[in-house]
Design a protein around this ligand. Structure first.
Ligand code: SF4
Length: 242
């Protein structure tokens, strides 16, 4: 992506679970091995330039829904301390009481501290993780996700919400339905991302995606606990301004 990548970094999600969303930039995902992901390329090692960019993006936040979702390629832990401080300040000044972060499994033991830090300011932290599928073999051998835990119950001890990656070669309608059901049994909300071709080894399955739209999408399209991103820019962030 490099300097030419100029994504849209602020948006408002109006429908389910209304919230503002910002896509910030951090030092980069520390896992970086997922075989479907090009998102981890959105990073910089230059802390000051990350902070300057994040400050500009956060300046658009109005607090209209009192909820803010912060995403960045990787985990909240990859954001610099000043950015975290600024997020807290903005939540306080804009009366944002619920803050969503993302986190990879490898940082699960760092979540407690951030929850406590924000709780002191009366801000509830909701943490989402890309689990992608509860089929352990598929997740680790095909996706190479880096989650050495099979039990959704154990995973749910750390995270409130999960992302699932669907519409991928090798999945089936049944496996996708099963994953959504497991997600809804153990987590508060599920975000289904439909695979989009991005030059990485994991490929979308066009027919399976059509079947998803016909058979699964109608079941969950009005379910407030399920977000479905048929395109990865459906939350209004990502993509490009160019
Ligand atoms: S953990 Fe997230 S950002 Fe990192 S490689 Fe995997 S999908 Fe990409």
């Amino acid at each position: 992506m490099g300097d030419s990548f100029d994504p849209i970094r602020y948006s408002v999600i109006e429908k389910k679970n209304p919230r503002e969303i910002v896509m910030l930039r951090g030092s980069g995902c520390k896992w970086r091995k997922c075989r479907f992901c090009d998102y981890h390329l959105d990073f910089s090692k230059d802390e000051k330039s990350n902070y300057d960019l994040n400050k500009e993006v956060l300046s658009h936040v109005t607090g209209l829904y009192h909820r803010l979702e912060v995403i960045n390629s990787g985990s909240f832990i990859d954001l610099d301390k000043e950015t975290i401080h600024l997020i807290k300040e903005i939540c306080l000044t804009k009366q944002i009481h619920i803050l969503h972060f993302e986190c990879h499994w490898i940082h699960r033991n760092e979540i407690k501290a951030i929850r406590e830090e924000f709780k002191k300011a009366n801000i509830q932290t909701i943490v989402k993780s890309g689990i992608e599928t509860f089929d352990y073999n598929f997740r680790e051998n095909i996706f190479r996700k880096g989650i050495d835990e099979k039990s959704p119950e154990v995973i749910a001890n750390y995270f409130d919400e999960v992302c699932l990656l669907q519409g991928v070669e090798g999945q089936t309608l049944e496996s996708m339905k099963k994953d959504i059901k497991i997600g809804l049994s153990y987590f508060n909300r599920v975000c289904v991302n439909i695979m989009v071709e991005n030059g990485m080894p994991v490929k979308p399955d066009k027919q399976l995606i059509e079947d998803f739209v016909k058979e699964i999408y109608p079941i969950y399209k009005n379910d407030d606990r399920v977000d479905i991103l048929l395109e990865n820019t459906d939350f209004g962030v990502g993509g490009s301004n160019e």
